[in-house]
Design a protein around this ligand. Structure first.
Ligand SMILES: Cc1ncc(CO)c(N)n1
Length: 224
């Protein structure tokens, strides 16, 4: 079994909770409250600004031109394809681009992005990939699973979201990242593999927290 498969298998209980979350299920059956989705899109846009930076850091840390080029492609596709989905949704919700970009991050968004950026900036390339992989992988899996539901990808509001994350392009980029993690993990000492596993676990948990944050539209608990 590959390193990534081992992590994936071990963390299945959390991954299944992500799929079962009422937010995800609500996208799938089309019943999600559009206010919750609106909140999610704004927070996810802020998330993606920092997530894209991880790909830029990946390009800096890459050891060969092929890997560097792939990170450039990931940066481009995040900023110009995935984030343009969010910009289209913002239009539907009457949110201006300025409002979108300058929105206030929720505590979970802030914690998640800062954790990933810290792991990506201070760690090895393998650590960076371990931090960003659960995000791509779980969205691709969720999109693909929801796309199997008859009519889900034609839903007036949520259809495009499902089509984006189940697309062959997103799947191909995800698979490339999975392969890269396995390549980088090869021959690493157990202590380094444990570190990779820990990072992968943390961002997997953050994925759940992000769904939950959006479902409850959770900002700071102090209201000021
Ligand atoms: C929180 C989160 N995780 C993963 C993705 C997929 O890129 C996303 N857009 N947002």
């Amino acid at each position: 079994m590959t390193f990534s498969q081992r992590l994936y298998k071990k963390l299945q209980p959390i991954w299944r909770k992500n799929h079962a979350h009422p937010f995800v299920q609500g996208i799938g059956d089309g019943t999600l409250d559009s206010d919750k989705f609106r909140f999610f899109m704004i927070q996810d846009y802020l998330y993606l600004i920092d997530y894209a930076k991880l790909f830029a850091i990946g390009a800096v840390k890459a050891n060969d031109l092929n890997t560097m080029g792939k990170f450039a492609e990931l940066l481009d596709s995040t900023m110009n394809e995935e984030m343009s989905l969010h910009r289209e949704y913002a239009k539907k919700f009457n949110i201006s681009l300025e409002e979108l970009e300058n929105a206030e991050p929720a505590p979970t968004t802030l914690a998640y992005t800062h954790y990933m950026l810290a792991a990506g900036q201070s760690g090895s390339l393998a650590e960076l990939v371990a931090a960003l992989l659960p995000c791509m992988w779980s969205y691709n899996e969720i999109g693909t699973e929801l796309n199997l539901r008859p009519g889900a990808s034609e839903h007036e509001l949520y259809g495009e979201w499902i089509s984006m994350y189940s697309s062959s392009e997103f799947t191909e980029l995800t698979n490339w990242c999975i392969g890269l993690l396995d390549e980088l993990a090869e021959g690493k000492p157990q202590s380094e593999l444990d570190k990779l596993e820990e990072i992968f676990l943390h961002t997997t948990r953050f994925e759940y927290m992000f769904w939950d944050m959006a479902y409850h539209q959770q900002m700071w608990p102090t209201d000021e």
